[in-house]
Ligand binder design. Structure first.
Ligand SMILES: C[S@@+](CC[C@H](N)C(=O)[O-])C[C@H]1O[C@@H](n2cnc3c(N)ncnc32)[C@H](O)[C@@H]1O
Length: 196
């Protein structure tokens, strides 16, 4: 497992040096804690990038399988290489636009960490892939501190993107089927659990 830890650290450094957006170490630790405390054995991840979080979660001994989707060609190629280097056999990488991918399997955890402006679409599509007690986690709900301040943002593109995250938060508020908890770690995680 030390070899995997070294590889994960190499991938993290590569990500930082090459401006690949990856989860913070604190967010990874928090999600691993959620995995361990909630009998989570399978994960569907939307947004692989270079498989930093994928390999992290796959190396959690509770995880039997993780499927991860990435649309970018260059990142997917690096992700495949990194998964090969890890030697882990419980990872399935899918190279596709997650908005068009058809997945029939169910997962104990769905992690949404892709285009932040598409969170509502990902949520509505992939909630169908959750097992009965399944959990959905969405990363970057603070978006570098901009969320809640969209009116002050000068750049039109950034303002529109932040506005979409704000709208997604309003949408989450209306989800009567789910309890939503926010964890102030990394760039803020949203954790949605089905109500019973
Ligand atoms: C924040 S990065 C993922 C980081 C990764 N989860 C980690 O922590 O190591 C988001 C990734 O989602 C990918 N992405 C964005 N929209 C997507 C879509 N519709 N389908 C598949 N991948 C998408 C981007 O290309 C990018 O590599």
């Amino acid at each position: 497992m030390d070899r995997i830890r070294e590889l994960i650290e190499e991938i993290r450094q590569f990500g930082v040096q090459n401006d690949v957006p990856i989860m913070s170490v604190e967010s990874i630790d928090t999600i691993n804690k959620i995995i361990n405390e909630n009998e989570i054995h399978s994960i569907l991840e939307i947004g692989t990038a270079i498989a930093y979080s994928t390999i992290n979660f796959a190396s959690n001994e509770n995880i039997e399988r993780i499927t991860s989707i990435e649309r970018d060609d260059v990142r997917e190629k690096i992700a495949i290489e990194n998964v090969e280097k890890s030697g882990l056999k419980n990872i399935t990488l899918i190279h596709d636009d997650a908005l068009n991918t058809e997945i029939n399997e169910k997962f104990d955890l769905v992690i949404i960490d892709a285009a932040k402006s598409q969170n509502t679409k990902f949520f509505n599509k992939y909630k169908n892939n959750l097992t009965e007690n399944g959990i959905m986690i969405i990363d970057n709900l603070e978006f570098h501190g901009y969320v809640g301040k969209s009116k002050e943002i000068k750049s039109r593109n950034l303002r529109q993107m932040v506005r979409k995250i704000e709208k997604f938060l309003e949408f989450l508020d209306t989800q009567e089927e789910y309890n939503v908890e926010y964890i102030e770690v990394g760039d803020r995680l949203g954790v949605c659990k089905k109500k019973w």
